[in-house]
Design a binder for this molecule. Structure first.
Ligand code: NAD
Length: 321
């Protein structure tokens, strides 16, 4: 069995590899050769933690396994990341344990890759202004991946907690882009692409604030009860997602579906666009929305890539198991 510790991931997997792995697995999901198993997520009644598993199998790449982990709110005080995850891979031919891979950085990279895939396939070609809602840990990863998909000239951002906006400003500076903190009216009016990556349980962005032609990547809503944009905005947009079943139950579409504004059949798979089975954006005025709920197959895809690279570079730890 191979072990790839968390500390090795940064040197092994870059944004380009993560993007390629996530785009391929979304395509495989839409073709029906890869599928996710039902998600388990439980409040364990200890340390205020939420713990669970995301798992699946990709018959084309033979990636089989799970990501185990969750959220420990007290970790920051111990000098640890609140979100903790580990990916376990199994040999699809024998069921034997194949690899254990640190999953923290991988989660950030695969989540940023998902919104970048949506920008590649759905945003207008000449998008110039990137709008960021959210300034937490994930936001910097999101911004870095997004700017590789279009020639953005400026980043604007809003966050409920303004003291966190320095993260967006610093990341934009690292990318050589000007940054401006704005209110939500300006963000909606000026941004060509909007990424939301927050822990919000109430709609932040209203339908009235978003202009025609915008592409939204709603990335924060991954649990029942969370919400980042008004359900009316979801209903107005042409909606795409990683997985329809998650989108309508734990993703950004949950309120629009529950209130009858849209039905599951209105939600399209991003994989269908990648495979050429859905046209994606059909006009410059259309609002497109990607509901990135986060699926286990994304984790397996990037972890498999990391294992291959670790073996290739001779830094994989091998143990008899
Ligand atoms: P973080 O804790 O570092 O940052 C949280 C962000 O949400 C900050 O911008 C904070 O100001 C904002 N926020 C907190 N409470 C809010 C509220 N009530 N209303 C509006 N904004 C609020 O978290 P992070 O690591 O940046 O992750 C952000 C979110 O993305 C989390 O909710 C996480 O569960 C989700 N996430 C989704 C995926 C996916 O695949 N879709 C993957 C990883 C994380």
């Amino acid at each position: 069995m191979i072990i790839v510790p968390e500390k090795e991931i940064a040197a092994l997997l870059g944004r380009a590899e993560a993007f390629e792995a996530v785009e391929s697995v979304f395509a495989a999901m839409s073709s029906g050769v890869a599928y996710n198993f039902p998600v388990i997520r439980e409040a364990i009644g200890h340390a205020d933690a939420l713990y669970g598993f995301k798992s699946g199998f990709d018959r084309s790449s033979l990636a089989l396994g799970l990501k185990s982990g969750g959220y420990w709110p007290g970790n920051a005080d111990k000098g640890l990341t609140n979100h903790q995850s580990t990916v376990f891979l199994f040999d699809a031919d024998t069921g034997k344990a194949k690899a254990v891979v640190g999953g923290n950085l991988l989660t950030a990279l695969r989540t940023a890759a998902a919104s970048a895939v949506s920008i590649k396939h759905l945003a207008r070609k000449h998008a110039k202004v990137l709008g960021m809602i959210g300034a937490g840990h994930q936001s910097a990863f999101q911004m870095r991946a997004a700017v590789e998909q279009r020639s953005f000239e400026k980043v604007i951002g809003w966050n409920l907690h303004p003291e966190m906006l320095s993260r967006l400003e610093e990341t934009a500076a690292e990318l050589d882009l000007p940054f401006e903190a704005v209110d939500l009216d300006r963000l909606g009016a000026e941004a060509d692409v909007i990424i939301s990556i927050t822990s919000s349980f109430d709609p932040i962005l209203k339908v009235s604030q978003v202009t025609p032609g915008t592409h939204l990547a709603c990335m924060g809503t991954d649990t029942k009860g969370k919400q980042e944009v008004e359900a009316e905005l979801v209903a107005k947009a042409t909606v795409f997602t990683d997985q329809v079943a998650q989108s309508s139950t734990i993703g950004e579409c949950q309120y629009a579906v529950a209130s009858g504004l849209i039905s599951e059949s209105d939600i399209n798979e991003i994989g269908a666009v990648i495979n050429g089975n859905h046209k994606g954006r059909t006009s410059v005025d259309e609002i497109t929305l990607f509901d990135g709920t986060g699926v286990g197959l994304q984790d397996l895809a990037v972890a498999s890539k990391v294992v291959d690279l670790a073996v290739e570079k001779g830094i994989a730890i091998s143990v008899d198991f």
